[in-house]
Design a protein around this ligand. Structure first.
Ligand SMILES: [Zn+2]
Length: 296
C-alpha cells in the first residue's frame, strides 16, 4: 500500500511522487542517532529501504498525497516545484520534474484541485503551490483554496527575525505562498479545520511552529497525513529520535509520540510526507513501546 491508489472508507488516496533518493547521512539527519537504534530493532535489513547501508545516506521520498473525498479533490503538500531558485538546497534547486504529468496520470488536472493543504511551509511542501507563467509565479491550482495554519503563515512572513536566518527556506514564502495569498486563495486557520467532514486538521508542532497533520476518517476507517512529524520508521520505535530540521526538538518529540500513540488508539494508517517505500504503515504496541508494521 502506498504506491497505488487505495481507499480509506469512501475516500481515495494516491501518492504523487516528485523525487526519490539519498538525502543526508543518518547521523546528520537524525539528532542522537546511533547504530544501536538500528541494531535494537531488527538490524540493517529492517531499515535497508530507508538508508543506503553502504553509504549511510537516508533515503527519502518527496511526495504529495492526493485525496479524493466524495465531494472534493484535495492535495496534501506540494513538494519542491519546478524552476525554483534554491541555492541553499542543491537537490531542490531549479528542478524540472514531471510532477504535473504524474498528477494527470492519476486523473487530476490542476484546475480540478479544490483544496491544497500545506502541513507546513517548508521548501519541500509548498513548491507546486505556484508555477512560472510569463516570468511570474502564479498559483498552479487556479480553483483551489490553499489551507494553511495561521501561526505557520505568520512565522515564515518576511521580516520575522526568527525565520529570516533559516537558509533552507530563503525566498520560499515570496515565490510559493504569497502569490496565492495575494489572489485571495489562502484560507488561514487556527485551532483546527475540517474539510468535507472527513479530513480534520490540527497542529502537531515542533518540526515548525504551526506544523499540522490531517486526520482522515471515513466509514470507520482512519489514516493520518503526518507531514514531517517523522522521516523514518526508526522514529516509530524511538520517538525521541529527532530530525535535524525540527525547529523545536522537545515539542517535535512530544508531538511525534502523541501522534503515534493516537495512531495505535484509532487504528489509523500512518502516511508521512517522506517515508521511502513502503510509504504507508500501521503502528502497533510492542512491549512497552511502539513498532511500525508496513501496510499492504
Ligand atoms: Zn519535508
Amino acid at each position: 500500500m502506498g504506491d497505488a491508489t487505495f481507499n480509506v472508507g469512501d475516500v481515495q488516496v494516491t501518492r504523487i511522487e516528485e523525487a526519490y533518493g539519498p538525502t543526508f547521512p543518518l547521523d546528520m539527519m537524525f539528532v542522537g542517532f546511533s547504530q544501536d537504534i538500528v541494531d535494537d530493532h531488527g538490524g540493517g535489513a529492517e531499515f535497508s529501504k530507508f538508508y543506503e547501508v553502504d553509504t549511510g545516506m537516508v533515503l527519502c521520498s518527496i511526495h504529495s498525497w492526493l485525496v479524493r473525498t466524495p465531494q472534493s479533490v484535495v492535495l496534501i503538500d506540494t513538494c519542491c516545484g519546478n524552476g525554483k531558485d534554491r541555492p541553499a538546497m542543491p537537490t531542490m534547486h531549479q528542478l524540472d520534474t514531471p510532477f504535473i504529468d504524474r498528477l494527470a496520470a492519476a486523473g487530476v488536472a490542476p484546475e480540478d484541485v479544490d483544496y491544497v493543504v500545506c502541513t507546513h511551509l517548508h521548501v519541500d511542501h509548498v513548491g507546486w503551490n505556484t508555477h512560472l507563467v510569463d516570468g511570474e509565479w502564479v498559483p498552479t491550482f487556479p480553483n483551489a483554496t490553499y489551507v494553511m495554519n495561521s501561526t505557520e503563515f505568520d512565522f515564515w512572513k518576511p521580516g520575522n527575525p526568527a525565520s529570516a536566518a533559516i537558509e533552507i527556506n530563503a525566498g520560499v514564502f515570496e515565490d510559493s505562498v504569497l502569490p496565492a495569498f495575494d489572489r485571495d486563495q489562502v484560507d488561514l486557520w487556527d485551532g483546527d479545520r475540517e474539510i468535507d467532514g472527513v479530513l480534520h486538521l490540527e497542529t502537531a508542532t515542533g518540526h515548525t511552529p504551526g506544523h499540522a497533520v490531517a486526520w482522515l476518517e471515513s466509514k470507520g476507517e482512519r489514516a493520518v497525513f503526518a507531514g514531517d512529524s517523522m522521516h523514518s520508521p526508526m522514529q516509530v520505535y524511538e520517538p525521541s529520535l529527532g530530525c535535524a530540521f525540527d525547529i523545536d526538538a522537545a515539542a517535535a518529540t512530544a508531538a511525534r509520540r502523541g501522534l503515534l500513540e493516537t495512531c495505535v488508539e484509532r487504528g489509523a494508517l500512518l502516511l508521512p510526507a517522506h517515508f521511502a517505500s513502503p510509504h504507508a504503515w500501521n503502528v502497533v504496541q510492542k512491549g512497552d513501546g511502539l513498532a511500525p508494521v508496513a501496510a499492504g
